[in-house]
Design a protein around this ligand. Structure first.
Ligand SMILES: CC(C)(COP(=O)(O)OP(=O)(O)OC[C@H]1O[C@@H](n2cnc3c(N)ncnc32)[C@H](O)[C@@H]1OP(=O)(O)O)[C@@H](O)C(=O)NCCC(=O)NCCS
Length: 197
């Protein structure tokens, strides 16, 4: 399992927050933190539950940041597929990532991303994809996916937001189109919607 050493200078009290795999008792707290982090009406809590129970080629990996009493942050890796020229490749998607509002900007998100990447690197999966701010993820192990030959699963994902981290199992022939697992489509969690369209 990855270390729980802090990875960011943002962390003011590294001993107080530990990162570990989720446990069943965490699940309601995870729902609550994503409802707070993403705001009311967002499907993220339901996305986590659906990804956890979905039939998938790889069991999801789910990690929490906790101060012992509270779950302060959560990150999930789930299986999707890369439609590469040679064959279908199982890949991870990092989503969601959330930190309780009162605990943000203390390095917890940074540590959760680092922990998830270290866990992913310990599998034989070659790539982790995500949608998000390049300002945030670009300094946390991710690169613009299109620049490496990957194609987005939706025109509604801004090119700069479609990002990938290459893991030790990555090989250069692994290009192609990311095909999200059905759960992301079923809950309409792919890309950005235009309310005026
Ligand atoms: C994004 C999020 C997970 C970051 O967690 P965190 O613990 O606050 O992050 P860290 O303390 O490790 O890093 C803080 C830095 O990230 C920046 N940051 C936070 N949210 C950001 C965003 N959406 N876009 C770009 N930068 C962001 C902060 O400005 C801060 O920058 P600084 O280093 O210049 O001060 C957290 O703000 C959150 O839960 N947001 C709501 C849910 C969300 O948007 N999740 C990500 C979806 S891809």
């Amino acid at each position: 399992m990855p270390s729980t050493e802090p990875t960011s200078g943002h962390d003011r009290n590294p001993d107080a927050v530990a990162i570990r795999p989720e446990e069943p008792d965490d699940r309601q707290h995870i729902r609550e933190l994503h409802a707070l982090a993403f705001g009311p009406g967002e499907p993220v809590p339901d996305l986590v539950d659906a990804l956890r129970s979905a039939h998938a080629p790889l069991a999801p990996r789910s990690f929490v940041a906790t101060d012992g009493d509270r779950v302060l942050g959560h990150v999930m890796l789930s299986a999707s597929r890369l439609d590469a020229p040679r064959r279908i490749v199982d890949v991870w998607v990092l989503s969601p990532l959330g930190v309780r509002p009162e605990a943000q900007r203390h390095g917890i998100g940074t540590r959760l991303v680092a922990y998830a990447l270290e866990a992913a690197a310990g599998t034989d999966v070659p790539l982790v994809f995500l949608e998000g701010s390049p300002d945030y993820y670009g300094s946390r192990g991710f690169e613009r996916a299109s620049a490496l030959g990957f194609r987005s699963p939706s025109l509604r994902i801004p090119d700069a937001g479609f990002q990938v981290a290459r893991l030790p199992a990555y090989e250069p022939w692994m290009t192609g189109t990311l095909v999200y697992s059905d759960t992301f489509w079923a809950l309409d969690c792919v890309g950005l919607r235009d309310p005026d369209a």
